[in-house]
Design a protein around this ligand. Structure first.
Ligand code: LLP
Length: 426
């Protein structure tokens, strides 16, 4: 459920008409709904009621400070994967003791920063990383809390590019080796092993792979206990899917039921790392139709957003629902159109042969379910300005990331000293 609905013939974000924001900010822009963020967080929190679970929002899904702050104020922690994300989480006011640091390739500098910050836990994904972290911690006279991320070799049945828990994926420590690695880590002076972590992929629409992975984690925890290694925490990752089209992913309550059934009796604290589930439906991308062009075999609706602003369709053939801001008249005959951006690649296509109410130049369109992995994956390809972000709260809105100017874009670059200054352009 979200708070983007038609009122008096126009799509609103909560109480604000989207055409008013478009007028003020220009297009394209991302728009986030505070009420939707809040609702999603509460649904997840309530599903886990009674379990000692910390919801650490995966910043990679949406790292805008206002979004992170909104979730942080509701009690969320953060799952970060780089120094940049760690700094963002702190800047948004997430306390260090609610931050976990994941990722296969943390540099020594990043490990040092995390150890100095004193975060809740670092999820270690390889033996070389474990050794590096032990050295970093010892050099500082500290013991650092870690979880060992295991690779349970479970197929998540999701898009190949976002599956992470099979043995041929780069993530985690092979689950049959995990026991030995944890015992080794337990003997390291700079390391305190507090738990195991698992994350098998993103946009999962089946519950079974979660159950398989959690049961493997359970076996490992029980075996370690028998060997006298007592863990206090398990980190279950993220990955629960959301509906983009006609998928029917498990609900947070169904997911939590599987967690209770497989791991609930172990008496461990839990960390969850949902990303998409919290923010996906809380964001949309608003764009304006530039031209409607009749091609030889199809109609192209050319909009001012492009693959650089929302990469998911180009990268994963992802589906995003497209609606008009003006409420369509009931019974209107739809056109079937390819919705494309201005970038010079055929891959810059948001939808193919999509039924759509008839539109014309100047109309506003909305790509729905764009709050996760939208703005965070945007680039300036084709020297397009980075897309701005707006947050709505009831009847007000605020620009929470401004559209840069062309001067700001060019100011990052300079010519080497052996070149003559370029003639002043206009
Ligand atoms: N924890 C870890 C260790 C992860 O690698 C991820 C996502 C998450 C949590 C959050 O997963 P979520 O709850 O959002 O599924 N760009 C892709 C998705 C990449 C996901 C990468 N890892 C997309 O647009 O679909």
């Amino acid at each position: 459920m979200d708070h983007f609905t038609y009122r008096s013939g126009a799509l609103h974000a909560e109480g604000v008409p989207l055409d008013a924001i478009a007028e003020a900010v220009g297009t394209p822009f991302y728009c986030y709904s505070t009420a939707t963020l809040r609702r999603h967080f509460e649904v997840v929190r309530d599903a886990f009621a009674g379990l000692d679970a910390l919801v650490c929002f995966a910043l990679k899904a949406n790292s805008n400070l206002a979004v992170v702050r909104t979730l942080g104020e509701l009690g969320a922690g953060a799952d970060v994967v780089s120094e940049g994300e760690l700094r963002r989480a702190l800047a948004a006011g997430i306390p260090a003791e609610r931050i976990v640091f994941s990722g296969v390739g943390k540099t020594r500098r990043e490990l040092e920063f995390a150890v100095d910050t004193g975060i809740l836990q670092i999820n270690v994904e390889s033996e070389p990383e474990l050794e590096a972290l032990n050295e970093v911690a010892r050099a500082r006279g500290k013991r650092v809390r870690i979880a060992v991320r295991v690779n349970p070799d479970v197929d998540a049945n999701t898009h190949e590019k976002i599956t992470t828990g099979r043995k041929e994926n780069k993530f985690g420590i092979e689950w049959t080796r995990a026991h030995a690695v944890i015992r080794r880590a337990s003997a390291m002076p700079g390391i305190e092993v507090t738990g195991v972590a698992v994350h098998i992929g993103s946009q999962l629409t089946d519950i079974a792979p979660f159950r398989d992975a959690f049961l493997r984690v359970r076996d490992l925890v029980v075996m370690l206990r028998t060997d006298g290694v007592a863990l206090t925490r398990i980190d279950l990752g993220g990955g629960l899917g959301i509906p983009y089209a006609d998928e029917t992913p498990p609900s947070p309550a169904q997911y939590a039921a599987v967690v209770r059934e497989t791991l609930g009796d172990l008496g461990l604290k839990m960390v969850l790392e949902p990303g998409r589930l919290l923010v996906g439906n809380a964001g949309i991308l608003v764009t304006r139709v530039i031209y409607v062009k009749e091609g030889a075999t199809r109609t192209f609706v050319i909009v001012d957003a492009a693959m650089n602003d929302l990469m998911r369709p180009a990268l994963y053939d992802a589906h995003h629902a497209v609606v008009t801001v003006r409420q369509p008249d009931p019974g209107v005959e739809p056109i079937h159109a390819d919705i494309v951006g201005p970038v010079c690649e055929t891959g810059d296509t948001f939808a193919r042969r999509r039924p759509l109410p008839p539109v014309e130049s100047g109309d506003l369109l909305v790509l729905r379910t764009a709050g996760a992995y939208g703005a965070t994956m945007a680039s300036t390809y084709n020297s397009r300005l980075l897309v701005p972000e707006v947050m709505v709260n009831n009847d007000t809105f605020s620009v929470v990331r401004a559209r840069p100017t062309y001067e700001e874009m060019l100011a990052m670059e300079r010519l080497p000293e052996w070149m003559e200054a370029a003639p002043k352009g206009r």
